[in-house]
Design a binder for this molecule. Structure first.
Ligand code: HEC
Ligand code: HEC
Length: 193
């Protein structure tokens, strides 16, 4: 099943990631006018349960758009958007959002919860893939400074199997044993980095 999924999406991804043409950040910025209403100015979301995209790794962004387009990641709001995107658009959008500065860290209103989150992250070795700064790399998402509500939602979606995760398909296995308490602490900690 996982192999089938990779087969479905890899065709499209090779097209996006190939050297067929350099990504065009200016064209990506123009296309991103379709996105700003939800993902916010400068890729910083002000909307509940909508992720910020600023400074996400280029590859991660491209993969997620390909997953939405292939239907292996489902979301009613993203579906009509990705139907309009070509491989070239995806490559340009990935380069554009990756080039933007990340969200500024917010003042931490609950340092005790962050401490619990930091302990859980160390215990679960989240940094092994997300990097020590949690800025992400390649197909691994940036989680530092992401919206707290969205981080909670994403971890619940992996845990319940609503979101399978692609490429390394690691997150479903990682989120499965997390308790609700750990999810909330992890999200609080990461959102305030
Ligand atoms: C109508 C609102 C809406 C619009 C317009 C929209 N998005 Fe989204 N997008 C969402 C929501 C909601 C999610 C979170 C889906 C989920 O919870 O799984 C999302 C998720 C994503 C993700 C996954 C990010 C992550 O951290 O997992 C990417 C990438 C993305 N959108 C890119 C875009 C791009 C590029 C555009 C414009 C071409 C766009 N979106 C337009 C609502 C929107
Ligand atoms: C083995 C590598 C690995 C480890 C360890 C790992 N992750 Fe991930 N994580 C990934 C990958 C790869 C993705 C992108 C998956 C996808 O395509 O949906 C991801 C995605 C996520 C996302 C979704 C981000 C978004 O914007 O949609 C969150 C949240 C997350 N990880 C949190 C964590 C936390 C918290 C831990 C520790 C409990 C953790 N990860 C440990 C590899 C890992």
């Amino acid at each position: 099943m996982r192999t089938a999924l990779i087969a479905v999406v890899s065709g499209a991804f090779i097209a996006c990631g190939s050297a067929a043409g350099a990504a065009d950040i200016a064209a990506g910025k123009q296309k991103a006018e379709l996105c700003v209403g939800c993902h916010g100015e400068g890729g910083i979301s002000q909307m509940e349960n909508v992720p910020s995209l600023a400074a996400q790794p280029d590859q991660f962004l491209q993969w997620q758009l390909v997953f939405f387009r292939a239907g292996t990641r489902k979301n009613e709001q993203m579906q009509p958007i990705v139907e309009q995107l070509t491989n070239e658009d995806i490559r340009n959008l990935g380069a554009y959002y990756a080039s933007l500065p990340p969200p500024k860290p917010k003042a931490d209103d609950d340092p005790d919860l962050s401490k619990k989150g930091a302990q859980a992250a160390a215990g679960r070795r989240c940094a092994a893939c997300h990097t020590d700064s949690y800025a992400g790399t390649k197909a691994v998402a940036r989680v530092a400074g992401q919206r707290e509500d969205y981080l909670v939602k994403a971890l619940r979606d992996y845990k319940s199997g609503v979101r399978a995760g692609g490429a390394m398909a690691a997150m479903a296995d990682i989120a499965f044993p997390l308790s609700e308490e750990e999810i909330e602490a992890l999200a609080h900690y990461l959102a305030h980095l």
